[in-house]
Design a protein around this ligand. Sequence first.
Ligand code: PNS
Length: 161
Amino acid sequence: MTQRVTAIYPGTFDPITNGHLDLIERGSKIFDNLTVAVLRNVEKNPLFSVDERVEMLRETTRHCPNVSVDSFGGLLVDFAVRCQARVILRGIRAVSDYENELQMALMNRKLDSNIETVFMMSAAAYTYLSSRLVKEVCQLGGDVKGLVPPVVEERLRAKVD
Ligand code: PNS
């Protein structure tokens, strides 16, 4: 009997971009269940609250039946165990992402060697895209159409207006 594999895709998602969404859609085709996990981190200064980010993620992933959205605090590996997830999914956009991702993957392996980090390459069209840049462009009056889902574009405009 083959074992079902649950993966978690953790991140800040402030807000979700089309790059994240592409990764979620592709990840949902590989894993039996995919939990998108928003970090509750009081240190960062987010534009959207955790609840708003979870809501936007739920709205934009509604078409993926095996995707769920949750938030977590504390160690990622502890949350993975609570979700019975054996895989942490992360995206890599460019070489510049690699060093930090390697460090996190090795630390997570040190903390719990039963959990494997799996990397997927971002779609070529989104390799330059980040939540930080999207927020900056929107705050400075630039157009973010095509970079984030339409519902996120609306919420972004409402925040910065
Ligand atoms: O979207 P981001 O900001 O790149 O996501 C970073 C995230 C949430 C994956 C990372 O900060 C994280 O896993 N934080 C949880 C705390 C933790 O487990 N730290 C130790 C292992 S790196």
